[in-house]
Design a protein around this ligand. Structure first.
Ligand code: AHR
Length: 494
Protein backbone atom coordinates (compact mmCIF):
# COMPACT_ATOMS: atom_id res chain seq x y z
CA UNK A 1 0.00 0.00 0.00
CA UNK A 2 1.00 3.65 -0.21
CA UNK A 3 3.58 5.10 -2.55
CA UNK A 4 6.28 2.80 -3.94
CA UNK A 5 10.01 3.34 -3.54
CA UNK A 6 12.78 1.17 -4.91
CA UNK A 7 16.25 0.99 -3.45
CA UNK A 8 19.48 -0.99 -3.60
CA UNK A 9 21.87 -1.68 -0.76
CA UNK A 10 25.36 -2.43 -2.06
CA UNK A 11 26.57 -4.79 0.63
CA UNK A 12 29.15 -6.02 -1.87
CA UNK A 13 30.72 -2.53 -2.06
CA UNK A 14 31.26 -1.46 1.55
CA UNK A 15 32.20 2.19 2.03
CA UNK A 16 33.89 4.18 4.78
CA UNK A 17 33.55 3.70 8.51
CA UNK A 18 30.65 5.63 10.08
CA UNK A 19 32.73 7.26 12.78
CA UNK A 20 31.17 7.07 16.23
CA UNK A 21 32.20 10.69 16.76
CA UNK A 22 29.31 11.63 14.46
CA UNK A 23 27.28 11.12 17.65
CA UNK A 24 29.24 13.75 19.60
CA UNK A 25 27.12 15.96 21.82
CA UNK A 26 27.49 19.67 22.46
CA UNK A 27 27.04 21.12 25.96
CA UNK A 28 27.38 24.89 26.29
CA UNK A 29 27.09 27.23 29.25
CA UNK A 30 23.74 28.43 27.97
CA UNK A 31 20.37 28.54 29.70
CA UNK A 32 19.86 25.27 31.55
CA UNK A 33 22.19 23.28 29.32
CA UNK A 34 24.73 22.85 32.10
CA UNK A 35 23.24 24.29 35.27
CA UNK A 36 20.02 22.50 36.15
CA UNK A 37 20.16 20.18 33.16
CA UNK A 38 23.41 18.34 33.84
CA UNK A 39 24.77 19.85 37.01
CA UNK A 40 22.87 20.54 40.20
CA UNK A 41 25.86 20.94 42.53
CA UNK A 42 24.97 20.03 46.07
CA UNK A 43 21.20 20.31 45.63
CA UNK A 44 20.25 17.27 47.69
CA UNK A 45 16.68 17.16 46.34
CA UNK A 46 17.92 15.87 42.95
CA UNK A 47 19.92 12.62 43.15
CA UNK A 48 23.40 13.34 41.85
CA UNK A 49 26.97 12.10 41.86
CA UNK A 50 29.56 14.82 42.40
CA UNK A 51 26.93 17.32 41.31
CA UNK A 52 25.82 15.62 38.07
CA UNK A 53 22.22 14.37 37.89
CA UNK A 54 22.01 10.60 38.06
CA UNK A 55 18.90 10.46 35.86
CA UNK A 56 20.42 12.52 33.05
CA UNK A 57 23.79 10.73 33.21
CA UNK A 58 22.09 7.32 33.01
CA UNK A 59 20.11 8.43 29.95
CA UNK A 60 23.25 9.74 28.26
CA UNK A 61 25.20 6.58 29.04
CA UNK A 62 22.48 4.63 27.33
CA UNK A 63 23.26 6.57 24.12
CA UNK A 64 26.99 5.70 24.26
CA UNK A 65 27.87 9.38 23.75
CA UNK A 66 31.45 9.18 22.43
CA UNK A 67 32.59 12.81 22.81
CA UNK A 68 31.31 15.98 24.47
CA UNK A 69 32.07 19.44 23.08
CA UNK A 70 32.42 22.15 25.76
CA UNK A 71 32.24 24.97 27.01
CA UNK A 72 30.72 26.59 23.88
CA UNK A 73 29.68 27.80 21.33
CA UNK A 74 29.84 31.51 21.60
CA UNK A 75 30.55 31.11 25.30
CA UNK A 76 33.94 29.57 24.49
CA UNK A 77 35.43 32.71 22.96
CA UNK A 78 35.07 34.63 26.18
CA UNK A 79 35.75 31.81 28.60
CA UNK A 80 38.79 32.09 30.84
CA UNK A 81 39.68 28.69 32.17
CA UNK A 82 41.48 29.92 35.28
CA UNK A 83 38.15 31.26 36.57
CA UNK A 84 36.81 27.71 36.67
CA UNK A 85 39.43 25.93 38.77
CA UNK A 86 40.13 25.75 42.48
CA UNK A 87 37.58 25.83 45.33
CA UNK A 88 34.18 26.65 43.84
CA UNK A 89 33.48 29.30 46.45
CA UNK A 90 36.51 31.29 45.31
CA UNK A 91 35.57 31.31 41.65
CA UNK A 92 34.44 34.62 40.17
CA UNK A 93 30.79 35.04 39.28
CA UNK A 94 30.69 36.41 35.76
CA UNK A 95 27.98 37.61 33.41
CA UNK A 96 27.06 35.32 30.53
CA UNK A 97 26.91 38.12 28.00
CA UNK A 98 25.88 35.93 25.08
CA UNK A 99 23.15 33.98 26.72
CA UNK A 100 20.63 36.03 28.59
CA UNK A 101 22.97 38.23 30.62
CA UNK A 102 22.53 35.92 33.59
CA UNK A 103 25.26 35.18 36.10
CA UNK A 104 27.75 32.41 35.42
CA UNK A 105 28.98 30.97 38.71
CA UNK A 106 31.88 29.07 37.14
CA UNK A 107 30.90 26.07 39.30
CA UNK A 108 31.38 23.83 36.31
CA UNK A 109 34.95 24.28 35.17
CA UNK A 110 37.64 22.03 33.82
CA UNK A 111 37.61 19.49 36.67
CA UNK A 112 33.83 19.23 36.66
CA UNK A 113 33.79 18.80 32.88
CA UNK A 114 36.19 15.88 33.10
CA UNK A 115 34.04 14.43 35.88
CA UNK A 116 31.08 14.63 33.48
CA UNK A 117 33.13 12.82 30.84
CA UNK A 118 34.13 10.15 33.32
CA UNK A 119 30.52 9.53 34.33
CA UNK A 120 29.21 9.44 30.75
CA UNK A 121 32.21 7.51 29.42
CA UNK A 122 32.96 10.15 26.77
CA UNK A 123 36.08 11.91 25.45
CA UNK A 124 36.86 15.63 25.52
CA UNK A 125 36.38 18.11 22.70
CA UNK A 126 37.43 21.43 24.20
CA UNK A 127 36.69 24.69 22.40
CA UNK A 128 39.46 27.19 23.11
CA UNK A 129 39.18 30.95 23.41
CA UNK A 130 40.52 32.73 20.33
CA UNK A 131 38.03 35.60 20.53
CA UNK A 132 39.20 37.43 23.63
CA UNK A 133 41.90 35.13 24.95
CA UNK A 134 45.57 34.94 24.08
CA UNK A 135 47.62 32.11 22.56
CA UNK A 136 49.41 31.94 25.91
CA UNK A 137 46.16 31.42 27.84
CA UNK A 138 45.15 28.70 25.39
CA UNK A 139 48.53 27.00 25.59
CA UNK A 140 48.44 27.06 29.38
CA UNK A 141 44.97 25.54 29.48
CA UNK A 142 46.19 22.68 27.30
CA UNK A 143 49.21 22.29 29.55
CA UNK A 144 47.04 22.38 32.69
CA UNK A 145 44.89 19.57 31.34
CA UNK A 146 47.49 17.35 29.74
CA UNK A 147 50.98 17.91 31.15
CA UNK A 148 52.45 15.08 33.23
CA UNK A 149 54.76 17.45 35.12
CA UNK A 150 55.49 21.12 35.73
CA UNK A 151 53.86 23.80 37.82
CA UNK A 152 50.53 23.70 35.98
CA UNK A 153 50.41 19.92 36.45
CA UNK A 154 51.12 20.54 40.14
CA UNK A 155 48.31 23.06 40.29
CA UNK A 156 46.00 20.49 38.68
CA UNK A 157 47.07 17.94 41.31
CA UNK A 158 46.47 20.47 44.10
CA UNK A 159 42.98 20.99 42.69
CA UNK A 160 42.28 17.29 42.93
CA UNK A 161 43.55 15.58 39.78
CA UNK A 162 47.10 14.29 39.72
CA UNK A 163 46.93 12.34 36.46
CA UNK A 164 46.85 14.30 33.22
CA UNK A 165 43.63 14.14 31.26
CA UNK A 166 43.40 13.21 27.58
CA UNK A 167 42.25 15.99 25.26
CA UNK A 168 41.90 14.23 21.92
CA UNK A 169 40.03 17.12 20.22
CA UNK A 170 40.60 20.85 20.54
CA UNK A 171 38.67 23.57 18.71
CA UNK A 172 40.63 26.68 17.71
CA UNK A 173 37.83 29.04 18.70
CA UNK A 174 34.22 28.94 17.53
CA UNK A 175 32.41 30.86 14.78
CA UNK A 176 35.30 33.25 14.28
CA UNK A 177 33.20 34.88 11.54
CA UNK A 178 30.66 35.92 14.18
CA UNK A 179 30.55 35.75 17.96
CA UNK A 180 34.13 34.46 18.01
CA UNK A 181 35.50 37.81 16.85
CA UNK A 182 33.76 38.91 13.63
CA UNK A 183 36.87 38.06 11.64
CA UNK A 184 37.31 38.01 7.89
CA UNK A 185 38.29 34.58 6.57
CA UNK A 186 41.91 35.52 5.77
CA UNK A 187 42.41 36.96 9.24
CA UNK A 188 40.64 34.02 10.91
CA UNK A 189 42.80 31.55 8.99
CA UNK A 190 45.97 33.38 10.05
CA UNK A 191 44.79 33.51 13.66
CA UNK A 192 43.98 29.79 13.47
CA UNK A 193 47.55 29.07 12.32
CA UNK A 194 48.95 31.19 15.12
CA UNK A 195 46.81 29.76 17.95
CA UNK A 196 47.09 26.19 16.70
CA UNK A 197 50.88 26.52 16.83
CA UNK A 198 50.72 26.72 20.62
CA UNK A 199 48.33 23.83 21.19
CA UNK A 200 50.93 21.19 21.95
CA UNK A 201 50.33 17.63 23.00
CA UNK A 202 52.70 16.01 25.49
CA UNK A 203 55.01 13.38 24.03
CA UNK A 204 53.20 10.20 23.05
CA UNK A 205 49.78 11.87 22.89
CA UNK A 206 47.85 13.53 20.11
CA UNK A 207 45.51 16.52 20.12
CA UNK A 208 43.44 16.85 16.97
CA UNK A 209 42.96 20.51 16.09
CA UNK A 210 39.67 21.61 14.60
CA UNK A 211 39.35 25.03 12.96
CA UNK A 212 36.23 27.13 13.40
CA UNK A 213 34.53 26.54 10.09
CA UNK A 214 31.97 28.04 7.83
CA UNK A 215 28.47 29.22 8.49
CA UNK A 216 26.04 27.37 6.21
CA UNK A 217 27.08 28.02 2.59
CA UNK A 218 30.07 30.28 3.15
CA UNK A 219 32.24 28.27 0.79
CA UNK A 220 34.86 31.01 0.63
CA UNK A 221 35.44 30.47 4.34
CA UNK A 222 36.20 26.77 3.87
CA UNK A 223 38.35 27.55 0.83
CA UNK A 224 40.41 30.15 2.71
CA UNK A 225 40.76 28.08 5.88
CA UNK A 226 41.90 25.02 3.93
CA UNK A 227 44.30 26.99 1.73
CA UNK A 228 45.88 29.02 4.52
CA UNK A 229 45.68 26.76 7.59
CA UNK A 230 44.83 23.30 6.21
CA UNK A 231 48.24 21.69 6.73
CA UNK A 232 48.14 22.55 10.45
CA UNK A 233 44.65 21.17 11.00
CA UNK A 234 43.02 17.80 11.62
CA UNK A 235 39.49 19.04 11.15
CA UNK A 236 37.47 22.00 9.88
CA UNK A 237 34.02 22.59 11.23
CA UNK A 238 30.71 23.53 9.63
CA UNK A 239 27.67 24.95 11.40
CA UNK A 240 24.23 24.61 9.90
CA UNK A 241 20.97 24.94 11.79
CA UNK A 242 17.61 23.90 10.41
CA UNK A 243 15.52 27.07 10.51
CA UNK A 244 11.99 27.86 9.47
CA UNK A 245 12.26 29.70 6.11
CA UNK A 246 16.05 29.50 6.64
CA UNK A 247 15.46 32.66 8.69
CA UNK A 248 17.74 33.99 11.42
CA UNK A 249 16.98 35.08 14.12
CA UNK A 250 14.84 31.97 14.26
CA UNK A 251 11.07 32.04 14.18
CA UNK A 252 8.28 29.54 14.68
CA UNK A 253 6.80 27.78 17.65
CA UNK A 254 8.70 24.52 18.33
CA UNK A 255 5.57 22.42 18.83
CA UNK A 256 2.66 24.38 17.42
CA UNK A 257 2.89 24.08 13.63
CA UNK A 258 0.98 22.80 10.61
CA UNK A 259 2.00 20.62 7.68
CA UNK A 260 3.64 23.56 5.96
CA UNK A 261 5.88 23.98 9.01
CA UNK A 262 6.68 20.28 8.92
CA UNK A 263 7.72 20.36 5.25
CA UNK A 264 9.54 23.68 5.66
CA UNK A 265 11.80 22.22 8.37
CA UNK A 266 12.32 18.77 6.82
CA UNK A 267 13.37 20.30 3.50
CA UNK A 268 15.84 22.40 5.49
CA UNK A 269 17.28 19.24 7.00
CA UNK A 270 17.61 17.60 3.57
CA UNK A 271 19.64 20.67 2.47
CA UNK A 272 22.53 19.47 4.65
CA UNK A 273 23.43 17.00 1.89
CA UNK A 274 24.12 19.79 -0.61
CA UNK A 275 26.11 21.80 1.94
CA UNK A 276 28.37 18.88 2.83
CA UNK A 277 28.80 17.94 -0.84
CA UNK A 278 30.00 21.45 -1.72
CA UNK A 279 32.20 22.01 1.34
CA UNK A 280 33.73 18.56 0.81
CA UNK A 281 34.49 19.32 -2.84
CA UNK A 282 36.53 22.33 -1.69
CA UNK A 283 38.33 20.26 0.90
CA UNK A 284 39.07 17.64 -1.78
CA UNK A 285 40.99 20.28 -3.73
CA UNK A 286 43.40 20.90 -0.86
CA UNK A 287 43.28 17.50 0.78
CA UNK A 288 42.44 14.77 -1.73
CA UNK A 289 43.59 12.10 0.72
CA UNK A 290 40.85 13.25 3.12
CA UNK A 291 43.24 13.61 6.04
CA UNK A 292 41.33 16.62 7.39
CA UNK A 293 37.83 15.78 8.54
CA UNK A 294 34.75 17.93 8.23
CA UNK A 295 33.29 18.34 11.72
CA UNK A 296 29.66 19.39 11.47
CA UNK A 297 29.91 20.33 15.11
CA UNK A 298 26.67 22.31 15.34
CA UNK A 299 23.50 21.11 13.66
CA UNK A 300 19.84 20.69 14.47
CA UNK A 301 16.63 22.69 14.64
CA UNK A 302 16.48 26.19 16.03
CA UNK A 303 13.05 27.77 16.53
CA UNK A 304 11.79 30.70 18.54
CA UNK A 305 12.03 29.73 22.21
CA UNK A 306 9.13 28.00 23.93
CA UNK A 307 6.43 30.50 24.91
CA UNK A 308 7.09 31.97 28.35
CA UNK A 309 10.74 30.94 28.51
CA UNK A 310 13.79 33.23 28.62
CA UNK A 311 14.66 34.30 25.06
CA UNK A 312 18.39 33.90 25.76
CA UNK A 313 18.01 30.31 26.95
CA UNK A 314 17.08 28.73 23.60
CA UNK A 315 14.73 26.28 25.27
CA UNK A 316 12.51 24.51 22.77
CA UNK A 317 10.17 21.55 22.77
CA UNK A 318 11.01 18.60 20.58
CA UNK A 319 8.46 16.76 18.47
CA UNK A 320 8.21 13.99 15.92
CA UNK A 321 9.35 16.60 13.37
CA UNK A 322 12.68 16.91 15.22
CA UNK A 323 13.03 13.12 15.25
CA UNK A 324 12.81 13.12 11.45
CA UNK A 325 15.33 15.97 11.28
CA UNK A 326 17.70 13.78 13.29
CA UNK A 327 17.26 10.66 11.15
CA UNK A 328 17.63 12.67 7.92
CA UNK A 329 20.94 14.09 9.19
CA UNK A 330 22.25 10.73 10.38
CA UNK A 331 21.46 9.28 6.93
CA UNK A 332 23.19 12.17 5.14
CA UNK A 333 26.27 11.72 7.32
CA UNK A 334 26.47 8.09 6.16
CA UNK A 335 26.68 9.23 2.56
CA UNK A 336 29.64 11.48 3.45
CA UNK A 337 31.30 9.21 5.99
CA UNK A 338 34.68 9.44 4.25
CA UNK A 339 34.92 13.17 5.06
CA UNK A 340 32.42 13.75 7.88
CA UNK A 341 34.04 11.98 10.79
CA UNK A 342 32.63 14.11 13.57
CA UNK A 343 29.39 16.02 14.09
CA UNK A 344 27.65 17.44 17.13
CA UNK A 345 23.96 18.06 17.46
CA UNK A 346 23.10 21.27 19.32
CA UNK A 347 22.64 20.66 22.15
CA UNK A 348 22.64 17.93 24.76
CA UNK A 349 20.13 19.02 27.43
CA UNK A 350 17.48 21.78 27.55
CA UNK A 351 18.95 23.79 24.65
CA UNK A 352 17.78 23.76 21.00
CA UNK A 353 17.33 20.22 19.57
CA UNK A 354 18.00 18.50 22.86
CA UNK A 355 18.19 14.84 23.76
CA UNK A 356 16.76 15.50 27.19
CA UNK A 357 14.56 18.15 28.81
CA UNK A 358 14.49 18.80 32.53
CA UNK A 359 12.46 20.98 34.83
CA UNK A 360 13.63 20.87 38.43
CA UNK A 361 13.53 17.23 39.41
CA UNK A 362 11.65 16.17 36.31
CA UNK A 363 13.29 14.73 33.22
CA UNK A 364 11.96 13.57 29.86
CA UNK A 365 13.59 11.94 26.83
CA UNK A 366 12.78 13.70 23.57
CA UNK A 367 11.88 12.10 20.22
CA UNK A 368 15.38 13.08 19.07
CA UNK A 369 16.86 11.05 21.92
CA UNK A 370 15.07 7.98 20.64
CA UNK A 371 16.48 8.38 17.12
CA UNK A 372 19.98 8.60 18.55
CA UNK A 373 19.30 5.47 20.55
CA UNK A 374 17.89 3.61 17.52
CA UNK A 375 20.95 4.56 15.42
CA UNK A 376 23.48 3.36 18.00
CA UNK A 377 24.58 0.42 15.80
CA UNK A 378 25.85 3.00 13.28
CA UNK A 379 28.70 3.92 15.67
CA UNK A 380 31.94 2.76 14.02
CA UNK A 381 30.01 0.55 11.61
CA UNK A 382 30.89 0.25 7.91
CA UNK A 383 28.65 2.16 5.54
CA UNK A 384 26.89 0.09 2.90
CA UNK A 385 26.03 2.44 0.02
CA UNK A 386 22.30 2.75 -0.59
CA UNK A 387 20.56 4.12 -3.70
CA UNK A 388 17.00 5.22 -3.17
CA UNK A 389 14.58 6.07 -5.98
CA UNK A 390 11.95 7.79 -3.94
CA UNK A 391 8.80 9.59 -5.02
CA UNK A 392 8.64 13.24 -3.98
CA UNK A 393 6.78 14.63 -1.05
CA UNK A 394 5.65 18.24 -1.50
CA UNK A 395 3.76 20.78 0.52
CA UNK A 396 3.55 24.40 -0.58
CA UNK A 397 6.95 25.36 -2.02
CA UNK A 398 8.77 22.64 -0.07
CA UNK A 399 9.68 19.51 -2.00
CA UNK A 400 11.90 16.60 -1.04
CA UNK A 401 12.32 12.86 -1.58
CA UNK A 402 9.73 11.13 0.59
CA UNK A 403 12.16 8.48 1.83
CA UNK A 404 15.51 8.97 3.53
CA UNK A 405 17.74 6.06 4.43
CA UNK A 406 21.14 4.62 5.24
CA UNK A 407 22.60 1.18 5.80
CA UNK A 408 25.62 -0.10 7.70
CA UNK A 409 27.33 -3.31 8.63
CA UNK A 410 27.64 -3.01 12.37
CA UNK A 411 30.50 -4.01 14.59
CA UNK A 412 28.09 -6.75 15.70
CA UNK A 413 28.34 -8.24 12.18
CA UNK A 414 24.69 -7.52 11.43
CA UNK A 415 23.35 -5.23 8.74
CA UNK A 416 21.33 -2.27 10.07
CA UNK A 417 19.03 -0.23 7.85
CA UNK A 418 17.40 3.08 8.73
CA UNK A 419 14.45 4.29 6.66
CA UNK A 420 12.37 7.40 7.29
CA UNK A 421 9.12 8.38 5.63
CA UNK A 422 8.96 12.17 5.49
CA UNK A 423 5.46 12.15 4.04
CA UNK A 424 3.03 12.80 6.91
CA UNK A 425 -0.02 11.62 4.95
CA UNK A 426 0.87 8.50 2.99
CA UNK A 427 2.61 5.27 3.77
CA UNK A 428 5.42 4.14 1.49
CA UNK A 429 6.39 0.64 0.48
CA UNK A 430 10.11 0.37 -0.05
CA UNK A 431 11.47 -2.56 -2.05
CA UNK A 432 15.18 -2.93 -1.38
CA UNK A 433 17.44 -5.07 -3.52
CA UNK A 434 20.20 -6.49 -1.36
CA UNK A 435 23.34 -6.77 -3.48
CA UNK A 436 25.81 -9.19 -1.95
CA UNK A 437 23.73 -9.98 1.06
CA UNK A 438 21.72 -13.04 1.86
CA UNK A 439 19.58 -12.25 4.86
CA UNK A 440 17.15 -14.73 6.35
CA UNK A 441 15.52 -12.66 9.05
CA UNK A 442 14.57 -9.05 9.68
CA UNK A 443 13.42 -7.37 12.85
CA UNK A 444 13.20 -3.78 13.87
CA UNK A 445 11.64 -0.86 15.67
CA UNK A 446 9.58 2.13 14.60
CA UNK A 447 9.28 5.65 15.96
CA UNK A 448 6.09 7.45 15.03
CA UNK A 449 3.21 9.20 16.76
CA UNK A 450 -0.39 10.23 16.24
CA UNK A 451 0.42 13.78 15.08
CA UNK A 452 3.27 15.58 13.30
CA UNK A 453 3.75 17.65 16.44
CA UNK A 454 3.40 14.87 19.01
CA UNK A 455 5.90 15.30 21.82
CA UNK A 456 6.93 13.88 25.16
CA UNK A 457 5.86 16.05 28.08
CA UNK A 458 6.67 15.58 31.74
CA UNK A 459 3.08 14.39 32.23
CA UNK A 460 3.00 12.11 29.18
CA UNK A 461 6.65 11.15 28.66
CA UNK A 462 6.06 8.14 26.37
CA UNK A 463 3.92 9.56 23.58
CA UNK A 464 6.80 9.29 21.09
CA UNK A 465 8.94 6.23 21.70
CA UNK A 466 10.18 3.30 19.65
CA UNK A 467 8.12 0.11 19.52
CA UNK A 468 8.55 -3.20 17.73
CA UNK A 469 8.02 -3.04 13.97
CA UNK A 470 6.47 -5.87 11.99
CA UNK A 471 6.14 -4.23 8.57
CA UNK A 472 9.27 -5.71 6.98
CA UNK A 473 9.93 -9.01 5.20
CA UNK A 474 13.07 -10.38 3.64
CA UNK A 475 13.42 -13.18 1.11
CA UNK A 476 15.56 -14.02 -1.89
CA UNK A 477 17.79 -10.97 -1.61
CA UNK A 478 14.87 -8.53 -1.40
CA UNK A 479 13.77 -6.55 1.61
CA UNK A 480 10.25 -5.12 1.59
CA UNK A 481 9.29 -2.48 4.12
CA UNK A 482 6.00 -0.69 4.50
CA UNK A 483 6.80 2.59 6.17
CA UNK A 484 3.81 4.25 7.81
CA UNK A 485 3.43 7.98 7.21
CA UNK A 486 5.79 10.20 9.30
CA UNK A 487 7.92 7.43 10.72
CA UNK A 488 11.50 6.39 11.42
CA UNK A 489 12.17 2.66 11.09
CA UNK A 490 15.42 0.91 12.02
CA UNK A 491 15.88 -2.70 10.93
CA UNK A 492 18.36 -5.42 11.69
CA UNK A 493 19.08 -8.11 9.08
CA UNK A 494 20.69 -11.44 9.70
O1 AHR B 1 24.21 26.55 19.82
C1 AHR B 1 23.93 27.90 20.04
C2 AHR B 1 24.93 28.83 19.38
O2 AHR B 1 24.83 28.73 18.00
C3 AHR B 1 26.38 28.55 19.64
O3 AHR B 1 26.83 29.10 20.82
C4 AHR B 1 27.05 29.20 18.49
O4 AHR B 1 28.27 28.58 18.15
C5 AHR B 1 26.02 29.15 17.39
O5 AHR B 1 25.84 30.39 16.82
Amino acid sequence: SGKPTSATIHADKPGAVYDKRVFTQFAEHLGNGIYGGLYVGNDKSIPNTNGFRNDVIAALKNLSVPVIRWPGGCFADEYHWREGIGPQKNRPVKVNTHWGGVTEPNSVGTHEFFELLRQVGAEAYIAGNVGNGTPQEMAEWVEYMTAPAGSLAELRAKNGHKEPWAVPYFGIGNELWGCGGNMRPEFAADETRRYATFVKAPRGTKIMKVAAGANVDDYNWTETMMRVAGPQLDGVSLHYYTLLNSQFPPIGDPSNFDESGWANILSGAVHMDELITKHSAIMDKYDPAKRVFLAVDEWGTWYAQDPGTHPGFLRQQNTLRDALVASIHLDIFAKHADRVRMTAIAQMVNVLQAMILTDGKKMVLTPTYHVFEMYKPWQDATVLPIDIQSPWYAKDQFTMPAVSGSAVKGKDGKVHVGLSNLDPNQSNTVTVKLDGLNAATVSGRILTAPAINSLNSFDAPETVKPVAFTGAQVSGGTLTVTLPAKSVVVLELQ
